[in-house]
Design a protein around this ligand. Structure first.
Ligand code: GP9
Ligand code: MN
Length: 403
């Protein structure tokens, strides 16, 4: 009911954190380019195969970005669509099933809609059928101006692999669309080549496969390497087209690519005796970058965070007030934020501890400690998920009328 929204708003407002005043509004009127990087996990960053970096471009981008080492995906069965949902709304996806399918009829106040009101042209570029994950309906609910779906791309047998259009061709063909958009724009690119089963033509294979007992993991590193290259070329092309300087970039991994099913191979690659539940949680980290061309104060940040925190961060960079919004994340760049993330399965991580599957671990060593050590955050973790679910199941944002 409409009194529930008051309860939820009191909760989310009490968790609001003020922005860093030096960063508030620095991206005002700039284009925003999001790149949703398919299935990439942080363990590939600064890691090698036979002496070759898996992600040379993304490694170098760290020096020139705000890079978040302890950033977790928070998705569940809705995979890419969950990540889209979380980032657009700063709400959690569902515990099971996909909110994109079950709640596309809800009222939302999503990031594209907010930015549209600020004069932005908003779009998604992704070479798949528009109805996949019910995107056509959900994007409408989020207020996107346009979805450049598979019909906006020339897809042939030669330029496709695995799930469809190869990333390099996808980015190259997207340049023409970008150039026609009114500025400032907010555009999200969703890559595809680094998707299970991680297939690649030989000519696109830039590093060796691994030699573990998992063919999936062995091939994964090569498709990650390919995606890294495709993004590097995209940056060069944006520079050549004059679209780079006046844009800010947010790059993030959408969800894991290698499931626990491949733990034995993963432990071989990471040279660990075994992958414990603690390690499994740590493996849910995905790379996250905020890259602002010309910015001098970029740094690598240790704050524990997740996809839920992206929306308030972008809003603050644009100088858009959001203290009163129903959102469950906090600005990643706020000096006042708590280092904390809750995953969709109820696991949570702080600066010092990891809680998962009813056990509490020291974050620094992975050593199991008394469950009471995790208690200070367990109530918040439960309430975050509880109130967010309440918003979705009760369609509460329909009561959130503009003041
Ligand atoms: C499909 C792509 C992949 O369009 O976004 O979806 P996923 O299987 O990763 O959720
Ligand atoms: Mn995905």
């Amino acid at each position: 009911s409409s009194s529930d929204i008051v309860e939820v708003r009191n909760y989310t407002m009490s968790n609001f954190k003020k922005p860093d005043s030096d960063l508030y509004g620095i991206a005002q009127d700039k284009n925003i380019i999001l790149i949703s990087m398919e299935s990439i996990q942080s363990f590939v960053i600064n890691n090698q195969v036979d002496g070759e970096e898996i992600t040379p471009f993304l490694n170098s981008l760290i020096n020139d970005s705000y890079y978040f080492e302890n950033f977790y995906h928070q998705t569940s069965q809705g995979k890419t669509s969950d990540s889209e949902f979380i980032i657009a709304n700063s709400l959690f996806g569902k515990n099971s099933g996909a909110v994109f399918f079950t709640h596309s009829g809800n009222e939302y106040e999503a990031l594209p809609e907010i930015l549209k009101k600020e004069g932005y042209y908003t779009s998604v570029m992704h070479a798949n059928n528009k109805s996949f994950w019910n995107r056509d309906l959900m994007y409408e609910a989020f207020g996107y101006d346009y979805f450049f779906d598979i019909d906006s791309y020339e897809v042939t047998e030669e330029n496709s692999v695995g799930w469809g259009l190869k990333d390099a061709d996808f980015f190259e063909q997207s340049i023409a669309h970008l150039k026609l958009q009114p500025e400032p724009f907010y555009t999200k690119f969703i890559t595809l080549t680094n998707h299970f089963p991680f297939e690649l033509y030989e000519e696109d294979q830039l590093i060796n496969e691994l030699e573990t007992n998992s063919r999936t993991l062995n091939q994964y590193v090569t498709t990650v390497r390919y995606m890294d290259h495709a993004i590097e070329v995209f940056f060069e092309r944006l520079k050549a087209e004059g679209l780079y300087e006046n844009s800010i970039f947010v790059l993030y991994g959408d969800h894991y690519g290698i499931s626990d099913y491949h733990n034995r191979a993963m432990s071989q690659f990471l040279e660990k005796d075994e992958i414990t539940p603690f390690d499994s949680v740590q493996l849910q980290r995905v790379p996250m970058y905020i890259h602002i061309p010309g910015h001098r104060n970029h740094e690598t940040l240790q704050t524990v965070a997740g996809q839920i925190d992206v929306r308030p961060t972008i809003l603050h960079l644009l100088g858009i007030e959001n203290r009163n919004k129903i959102q469950f994340g906090t600005d990643l760049l706020s000096p006042y934020r708590n280092s904390y993330v809750v995953l969709r399965d109820g696991s949570f991580v702080t600066d010092t501890h990891v809680f998962t599957k009813d056990k509490c671990y020291l974050k620094s060593t992975g050593e199991e400690v008394d469950i009471t050590d995790c208690e200070p955050f367990s109530q918040k973790a439960k309430l975050d998920l509880y109130y967010s679910d309440k918003v979705i199941y009760g369609d509460l944002l329909r009561f959130d009328l503009e003041e």
